[in-house]
Design a binder for this molecule. Structure first.
Ligand code: UD1
Length: 419
């Protein structure tokens, strides 16, 4: 298997262009199933997860083309399939995002139940509870969930027990064609939810309140295809800001929505970084000394769980002790053992880790079990003395477009070693 090799200890300087957001692109691809048509999606990142959703749509009968970098056309006019198989769902949990769209279009869908994953159990019970409230019958059989609403979906009031991003997306997509109005309370407020609602509205849906805790969906009879540009990836952006901070460098990001990064930027300022924002960019200058801080992950607009591993890498080098509390996923400290192997001083009790800053990290052979944990090891490797190798590069390829190229552009010594 391929490895990433990093010669650490070089301050990074320069400008990075941020790619489209994986977590905004995936639901948009799924939403093209709601009504048969030809869709043009731009600013799509070249990532393995995007290839997986494209394969899923193709399996369902859609024609998916990628005529030029970042541009996809999806033709769902003849997409008549209704089943997401185990083979695809096991490689990417977000495959379950086709449930809502298929239910809206055909009144039935069958999706393999995702299993647990490296960061936790991650059930989809709340997706199903919401769809059931809209009138769907749910049957679990042989590892699959079959959802049926042949009598039609009916708008209702749904209060989410927990804030779930893809859960709200599924319910919102199903509700676009329900009879009457659906109100979703305690809805996720992530920018990716807003981006999906905007896309659905451009297809003729009537959704208001996305970005607040209460989303209202007035069902419509018909929708139509539309073109859409994927919003920038706030997590990729946050990761490159940490790359500047952890190496004692200075980086400028282009092509972002600064407001989406507010909580990450606030936290990095607490760590002593000098950060300036403009309309579509942000620039960071690392501090002389990284200050410790307290981080608690929570749903948007809180500090994102998808940035927890990366900020931990930074705090391993702070002047004092930091505390990180992970409230979203029960097993998301898989990077800790690897960071310790590089010399970090981290203790974990339950969902809380205490990170005592050390003078320096040393490069090591490393391996991660998930996407963001892999990113934190890359960051630690950039700051460490000597060579780090990071195995299981496929995790990074799921979520970071051209990561070596972008880091090289900032002056890093990083390359991929083919197996
Ligand atoms: C999305 C993101 C992922 C991010 C996560 C939290 C995508 C494709 N992925 O994942 O990158 O880490 O949001 O910001 O957008 N839960 C249940 N039952 C459910 C659904 C969720 O108990 O039916 C729990 C989960 O186990 C977790 C919490 O709710 O503890 C939040 O998960 P959720 O927001 O659903 O994460 P995803 O949408 O899967």
């Amino acid at each position: 298997m391929d490895k990433i090799v990093i010669e650490g200890g070089i301050p990074l300087h320069g400008t990075v262009r941020i790619s489209g957001a994986k977590n905004a692109a995936l639901p948009i691809f799924a939403a093209t199933l709601i009504t048969g048509g030809v869709y043009r999606i731009t600013n799509v990142p070249a990532l393995r997860d995007v290839a997986t959703i494209a394969s899923l749509l193709t399996e369902l009968g859609a024609k998916v083309e990628n005529p030029s970098s970042g541009v996809y056309t999806v033709d769902t006019r003849e997409a008549m399939g209704r089943e997401a198989t185990y083979e695809l769902v096991k490689t990417m949990r977000a495959s379950c995002l086709v449930l809502g769209p298929l239910l809206a279009r055909f009144g039935s869908a069958k999706v393999s139940l995702p299993g647990g994953c490296a960061i936790g159990e991650r059930p989809i019970d709340l997706h199903l509870k919401g769809l059931a409230a809209l009138g769907a019958r749910i049957n679990l059989d042989h590892g699959y969930v079959a959802v049926d609403a042949s009598g039609g979906l009916k708008g209702t009031r749904i209060t989410m027990d927990l804030v779930t991003v893809t859960g709200v997306m599924n319910i919102m997509m199903a509700a676009t064609r329900a009879k009457g109005t659906t109100v979703i309370e305690n809805a996720a407020r992530e920018p990716e939810v807003v981006a999906l609602a905007d896309f659905l509205n451009s297809m003729g849906a009537r959704i208001t309140g996305a970005g607040t805790a209460e989303i209202k969906v007035e069902g419509v009879e018909e929708l139509h295809s539309a073109d859409v540009e994927v919003i920038p990836d706030r997590i990729e952006a946050g990761t490159y800001l940490v790359a500047g901070a952890i190496t004692g460098g200075a980086v400028d990001l282009e092509g972002i929505v600064p407001a989406h990064l507010a909580n990450i930027v606030d936290k990095l300022r607490e760590c002593g970084c000098d950060i300036k924002e403009n309309v579509s960019g942000v620039s960071l200058k690392a501090p002389e000394e990284i200050q410790p801080t307290r981080v608690t992950t929570s749903p948007y607009p809180g500090f994102p769980t998808d940035m927890q591993a990366q900020i931990m890498a930074l705090l391993t080098l702070a002047q004092g002790a930091s505390v990180i509390v992970e409230t979203i996923f029960e097993n998301r400290f898989m990077h800790v053992a690897e960071l310790r192997r590089m010399g970090a001083d981290i203790t974990v009790v339950g969902n809380t880790s205490t990170v005592k800053g050390v003078k320096g990290l040393s490069g090591a052979p490393l391996m991660a079990t998930d996407l963001r944990a892999s990113a934190s090891l890359v960051l630690a490797g950039l700051a460490a003395s000597g060579t780090s190798t990071i195995a299981r590069v496929y995790h990074l390829d799921r979520g970071y477009e051209k990561i070596e190229e972008k880091l090289k552009g900032l002056g890093a010594v990083i390359y991929r070693e083919k197996a």
